[in-house]
Each structure stands twice: as structure tokens, then as C-alpha cells.
Design a protein around this ligand. Structure first.
Ligand SMILES: *Cc1c(COP(=O)(O)O)cnc(C)c1O
Length: 390
């Protein structure tokens, strides 16, 4: 029995190995490790790929979001609406600039935030909306941009899990005012270390972000703002430039893998499979299913410390299949956000998702045989549970 990991990055490396090894050696020999041509080339090619005028590279997806908020002057007294079902960084940066994150519930079909609730959450303090294209699935950007426009709000797209995804033929990151990308190794376009980028068509915003990422400094040793130090290494920039050439192929492989899981698992009634939505081209950073909780005894209600999902995850692990839970605690219930005053039960769909989601292994280069092993193992687990229940 082979062990199947949730991601295997060595398969991408195999494809770029020769050219990447040479290019990294060139950088090492050049002595030019920060900035320079490698970074400029990547920024230009990434802007072209996304279809925007400007790309500003930075150290991480987290910094990209932070710089976007700062450049748009969002801070104390402002509210920013986002999803409670995302990596913590999305909300963390809102708090870090002094603004208040406002969470709305999600849609269980897409795992993205519910647009009707986004509109209801808008107040006179709202300055921006951060849609998160979670697991590679784009938010309905036509509807969202219409809402934002009618209320005069900025849209900062969190594209960390969706490099290459599109809404209505336009790449995410080119639709809102600013797009924020992460090149963390497991993302669709992943560096061999940290990296991030911000995309925009607004030259003034891009200029401001460039100043802020260099200590608020427009020219050397003159500081107009309190900024940060955020840059991508030249080595990461060359690796990303090579990987960008393969990104569409790798995203197609993810799409094929998602289709094959759908085929293998669609007959299993107890699973809810992820759905591709019309108008959106998902790039499947994750393939996330829901395993509904069984009816619980009255005394057990509300006790979700070990869910059916957790049990299946453990059994899968015993069969050599490593699955992951993104995300077990919705952001409105995070200990650090107790001060925001959300109650358990307030956003019921995301709380249900947190108990039921399970992400199956998916990555470029995963074989059909591996996917079959995952599907059979999963079906086995469900059978075992049924037998133990009678
Ligand atoms: C990964 C991720 C981030 C943060 O990116 P880093 O490069 O790790 O800082 C932000 N938002 C989402 C949705 C992510 O998945």
C-alpha cells in the first residue's frame, strides 16, 4: 500500500529541475540577491499573466493583504467585510491596520461568503470588502463588484489559493481594486520558500504599495510613512518565473483530478462533493468534501469535539491516505476575536462546515491510481462505520 500525502511538491520540482537549478546557480554566482532583474522580470510576467498593469512583489500573501489595506488608507474606525472561512491572515491584517473585521456566513456549495449577507453587513463605517477565493473557487465577482460599486467600497481580492482561477474569463486579481497573492509552496503557484504579490490596474495604489513595502521610503533615506520591509528573494523570483510557465498545465491537472474524484465519489450518498459554479473556473487548490454529522443523542448535541469527519480522517490515515481539515475553527470563534462579540451559533453554515469539511489529496501529478486508492479507502471507512452502527 502506497502512502498518499496531501501534497507532493517534488513532482513540480522534477519538471523545472534542470532550468531552475541553473538559474538559481546563476543568482548565487551573480552576488545580486535582493531585487534586480530577476524580480523585475517576474513582476512583469506575473502582471501579464493576471492581466493587469502593475504587479508589486512582496514577502508573503499576508504582507500583500496588509500593504493593500494600508495603501487604501484603511485603519482605525473602519470596517472590512470578509469571510470567516479562510486562513487567519485574511482577518489578522484587518485588525493589524486598526480596522474591524466583519464576518458574514458562507455558502456550503462554494465555501465562499454569502453575497446577500455581505450586502446586509454594509454600514456607514464599511470601507472595503475582502472576497477570498477559497480552495481555488472564485467568488461571483460580477455580483460582488456591483454591490461594492453601489456602496462605493474597495474590493481587495484574497487570491492566495486561486492563482490562475477566473471569473467570467477574467483572472482573479484583475477584477477588484487590488489582488493579493501568496507563493507559499503549497499554493497553486508556489515558491521554494515565501513570497507574495499584489496586482492592480491603479498606478497610484501600486506606487503607494511600493513605498510602503520599503519602509515608507519614496527615495533612499527619506521616509514619508511608517511602512514595513517586504521583498521577495531573487532566487524565489527566478523559480516563480519558471514555474509560471507551467502553471496553466498544473491547474489543468488539478481540474482533471477534481473531475476524477467527482466520478469516483458521486455515487456515495453520505458525502457532499464540491461543486464548480457557473461562470467560475476553479483551480482546485483543495478538493474539499463534507461528511455530514450523524444524528446525535440529545445529550450529545453541541458536543463536536470529535466529529464523524475526524473519525474518518483518522481511519483514512491508517489506510495510508493523509487528508487535512481546512479550517476547524471559523474565524469569528477564534479565541483572539472574542472581543468582537460573536456567539456560537451566529454563523451556522460556517460552523457546520468547520465540523464537516475534509480536504482530499490533490496536487499536480497525482495519478489516477492514487486517486482510486483515496476513493476506495474513503468508501471502506464509510462501510466500516455503517457496520459498527447496526
Ligand atoms: C496562504 C494564505 C494567506 C497568507 O499567505 P502567506 O504567503 O502564507 O502569508 C492568506 N489568505 C489565504 C486565503 C491563504 O490561503
Amino acid at each position: 500500500m502506497n502512502k498518499i500525502p496531501p501534497v507532493d511538491l517534488t513532482r513540480q520540482y522534477e519538471i523545472i529541475k534542470e532550468e531552475a537549478n541553473l538559474a538559481v546557480l546563476e543568482i548565487l554566482k551573480s552576488g545580486r540577491y535582493i531585487g534586480g532583474e530577476a524580480v523585475a522580470t517576474f513582476e512583469q510576467q506575473f502582471a501579464n499573466y493576471i492581466g493587469v498593469a502593475e504587479c508589486v512583489s512582496c514577502n508573503s500573501g499576508t504582507d500583500a493583504l496588509f500593504l493593500a489595506l494600508k495603501a487604501l488608507n484603511i485603519g482605525v474606525g473602519d470596517e472590512v467585510i470578509t469571510s470567516p472561512f479562510t486562513f487567519f491572515a485574511t482577518a489578522e491584517v484587518i485588525t493589524r491596520v486598526g480596522a474591524k473585521p466583519i464576518f458574514v456566513d458562507i455558502d456550503l456549495n462554494t465555501f465562499n461568503f454569502n453575497l446577500a449577507q455581505v450586502e446586509q453587513a454594509i454600514t456607514s463605517k464599511t470601507k472595503a470588502i475582502i472576497p477570498v477565493h477559497l480552495f481555488g473557487q472564485p467568488v461571483d465577482m460580477s455580483k460582488l463588484m456591483a454591490i461594492a460599486k453601489s456602496h462605493n467600497l474597495y474590493v481587495i481580492e484574497d487570491c492566495a489559493q486561486a492563482t490562475g482561477a477566473a471569473w467570467d474569463q477574467n483572472k482573479v486579481g484583475s477584477i477588484g481594486h487590488v489582488g493579493c497573492f501568496s507563493f507559499f509552496p503549497t499554493k497553486n503557484l508556489g515558491a521554494c520558500g515565501d513570497g507574495g504579490a499584489i496586482t492592480t490596474n491603479d498606478k497610484a495604489i501600486a506606487k503607494q504599495m511600493r513605498i510602503l513595502k520599503e519602509h515608507g521610503s519614496p527615495t533612499r533615506y527619506r521616509h514619508d510613512f511608517i511602512g514595513i520591509n517586504s521583498r521577495i528573494d531573487a532566487i524565489q523570483a527566478v523559480i516563480l518565473t519558471f514555474k509560471l510557465r507551467h502553471l496553466d498545465f498544473w491547474n489543468e491537472q488539478r481540474q482533471q483530478a477534481a473531475k476524477y474524484y467527482q466520478e469516483l465519489l458521486q455515487s456515495v450518498n453520505s458525502l457532499k462533493l464540491p461543486q464548480a459554479i457557473e461562470g467560475g473556473d476553479s483551480v482546485w487548490n483543495q478538493y474539499t468534501i463534507c461528511i455530514a454529522e450523524r444524528q446525535k443523542a440529545e445529550s450529545d448535541r453541541g458536543n463536536y469535539s470529535f466529529t464523524l469527519r475526524d473519525q474518518i480522517r483518522k481511519q483514512l490515515q491508517d489506510k495510508g491516505v493523509v487528508s487535512l481539515v481546512y479550517y476547524p475553527i471559523p474565524l469569528h470563534l477564534q479565541p483572539v476575536y472574542q472581543n468582537l462579540g460573536y456567539q456560537e451559533g451566529q454563523l451556522p453554515i460556517v460552523e457546520q462546515a468547520a465540523r464537516e469539511v475534509l480536504s482530499l489529496p490533490i496536487f499536480p501529478g497525482i495519478s489516477e491510481a492514487e486517486q482510486e486508492q483515496v476513493a476506495y479507502a474513503l468508501k471502506d471507512c464509510l462501510l466500516e462505520i455503517e457496520e459498527n452502527n447496526v
